[in-house]
Design a protein. Structure first.
Length: 641
């Protein structure tokens, strides 16, 4: 009998997979346009539970993002990132949700879509509120409320008002919270949104319970429970049961309280957000402690703590350790009581304190690594989807072309594996290139220049230098996320770098950047940081040693599908630069140029072309004297469309 059930389950799972990917394939076959993006997002939520069950990112949302990027559809990107962020938040992945929602806000602002801006701001506020970062949450919800009120966008006004009420509730400003929840409830009733009505009724119950008006709180909890049961919201039902249990506990009616709390636990198996499970355990723990059942109370409290540690619920950990401390205090185990009190205070301080600058730097570093990991995981995900597609096709065609089909599959996997390996190498070289460009020597010299400006009371130039320096760092960090970037972004970061070097070298040289008229700088793509090492070399080994003012010229031309960048300086030449280095007994090996040459060699290998190389030419006058150096960088042209 067990085998029959297992076989039936496996058959059902296979049918679900076939249906999901069949729907995805049919949508992928549509031409890339805004209608395709909308269809993908509309289908995404219908299959979200399937992807959650298999612990995979929603392929429909990922495809919507990919199509929106290809057609430069900012509104589609905003919608997709909003939906993806909400999906992550529903799985308690709040940090990732905030990151995705902030991307959604960025694209909504670029699209100038006020409704999407308000929605994104509200989503970010909810993400921060789930992490107990209440000040940040309030700032985003307040911004959302102002935007929504300008548009008379009732949906976002309601969300922002309810969220602000929740923040006031967390700060124990109960009268302000009641005012906000009442306004939100009225709007939800006008729009006949039963879920919103249930949420606001429950929130009003919280506020009245905070004012110790228990009978009024119970009335609102029961009204909320009735609406949640009507719409079948397991999360809402669980919350209401827990709240009713807590309220009756405060009224010393322990039998009814335990009955409601046990009902909450029974419903929690169907609730995705585990914070509600932790709340139920804590409520039962408090009730049992109040009844004097200490050992049983500790069991439920520890279950809440375990959930808090697993999911990072700081509020649950603070309340759990405090409850455990009270428990040990009642049993006169004062050492354990003190230990748990200290842990509770530790999490309380963590909630109240702002993150230090060191924590921010660590988070930024983790974020950058996370971005690179996501690119590698995305390649792996594409490979997994292709494998599923191949298996399906193999089952349909094996009777007709067995050996030939297997040969094709084997060849496909070999090529796919080779391309994935090449892409991974590209990512690694880009990381090394990033480290070599923003090296400690450059940062130290830049900060020294700022220091010099300040001491010489040249605050305006110091401010200008620092502004350009920080903007350059942001651009380099952003551009390094991608294998190719538009030419205009590469040239913008190069101009910033040159401006800094001109300022730092006291205007000892001028520069010019010329782009051929047949080049669309937004459509032509180029690997990031591919020109800068040669420009840096021209400045510091050629131009800085001139007695007269130097000149650095950069030209970009396009011939067919070949992009050519020429860097020309009128410095002292390579031979004299080497002699100067030898006299100083210091030979500097340019890691930036070595990494760049490696990247160009890899591009040549991946594209199987000879149109990727670097040529260095020593310039001389008629008398054979060095008049500078010219570097020609040749790359196969890549285009956005």
């Amino acid at each position: 009998m067990v085998s029959l059930h297992l076989a039936a389950w496996m058959q059902l799972s296979a049918q679900d997979s076939l249906q999901v990917y069949k729907s995805l394939d049919s949508l992928k076959a549509m031409p890339d346009d805004t209608l395709k993006v909308s269809s993908l997002l509309d289908n995404a939520w219908g299959f979200n539970r399937f992807f959650d069950k298999h612990n995979q990112d929603n392929a429909f949302m990922q495809e919507a993002i990919a199509v929106s990027q290809r057609i430069r559809y900012k509104k589609g990107l905003a919608r997709a990132y909003n939906d993806l962020g909400t999906s992550k938040r529903n799985r308690s992945q709040y940090i990732l949700a905030a990151d995705l929602h902030e991307r959604a806000l960025h694209y909504a602002e670029e699209a100038d879509d006020k409704i999407l801006i308000a929605s994104s701001l509200n989503n970010i506020g909810v993400d921060y509120r789930r992490r107990d970062m209440l000040q940040k949450a309030f700032e985003f919800h307040f911004r959302a409320l102002k935007v929504a009120e300008e548009l008379n966008d009732v949906r976002n006004i309601t969300i922002a008002t309810n969220s602000i009420g929740n923040i006031k509730l967390s700060n124990k400003q109960y009268d302000d919270a009641i005012e906000a929840f009442t306004r939100s409830l009225r709007l939800e009733q006008q729009t006949k949104n039963d879920l919103g009505v249930a949420i606001n009724l429950g929130n009003l119950g919280y506020a009245y319970e905070g004012l110790d008006k228990l009978d009024l709180a119970i009335e609102y909890y029961k009204r909320s429970l009735s609406v949640n049961q009507k719409i079948g919201s397991n999360t809402g039902i669980s919350i209401c049961y827990t709240c009713l249990g807590t309220a009756y506990q405060k009224k010393k009616d322990y039998h009814i309280a335990m009955d409601y709390l046990q009902k909450a636990l029974a419903v929690n198996d169907k609730v995705d957000d585990k914070i509600h499970v932790a709340d139920s355990y804590l409520s039962i723990g408090r009730l049992l402690l109040e009844e004097g059942k200490y050992e049983e109370s500790r069991k439920y409290t520890q279950m809440a703590i375990d959930l808090g540690l697993r999911w990072g619920f700081k509020s649950a950990l603070m309340d759990g350790y405090k409850l455990m401390a009270d428990n040990y205090k009642h049993t006169r185990d004062f050492n354990r009581s003190i230990d748990n009190t200290n842990l509770s205070l530790l999490y309380k301080d963590s909630i109240l304190d702002e993150k230090s600058s060191t924590e921010f730097a660590q988070m930024q570093a983790m974020y950058e690594v996370h971005q690179k990991d996501n690119q590698i995981k995305q390649l792996q995900q594409e490979q997994d989807i292709n494998q599923l597609r191949i298996r399906r096709n193999l089952a349909l065609a094996i009777a007709l072309a067995g050996f030939l089909f297997m040969l094709i599959v084997g060849g496909f996997f070999y090529i796919r594996h080779r391309n994935l390996q090449a892409n991974r190498q590209t990512l690694q070289l880009e990381l090394r290139s990033l480290r070599s460009q923003m090296n400690p020597h450059f940062i130290f010299n830049s900060l020294s220049s700022i220091h010099r400006y300040i001491w010489s009371n040249n605050q305006e130039e110091a401010s200008d230098y620092l502004t350009k320096f920080s903007k350059l760092m942001r651009m380099i960090l952003d551009n390094s996320q991608h294998t190719f970037i538009p030419l205009n972004k590469e040239l913008e970061s190069l101009r910033l770098y040159l401006d800094l070097e001109v300022m730092r070298c006291n205007n000892i040289f001028d520069y010019s950047i010329k782009v051929a008229g047949n080049i669309n700088e937004e459509e032509v793509l180029i690997p990031p940081m591919i020109i800068q090492p040669y420009v840096e070399n021209a400045i510091w080994h050629g131009l800085v040693h001139r007695k007269e003012k130097g000149q650095l010229d950069i030209s970009v031309t396009l011939s067919g599908r070949v992009l050519e960048v020429i860097v020309t300086d009128n410095g002292i030449g390579r031979k004299m630069a080497m002699e100067i280095k030898e006299k100083k007994n210091r030979i500097h090996h340019s890691m930036g140029m070595k990494v760049t040459e490696g990247r160009i060699a890899l591009i040549r290998k991946i594209n199987n072309t000879k149109d990727a190389n670097v040529e260095v030419l020593d310039l001389q006058d008629n008398g054979g004297r060095a008049t500078g150096t010219q570097v020609k960088i040749v790359l196969p042209a890549e285009f956005l469309f």
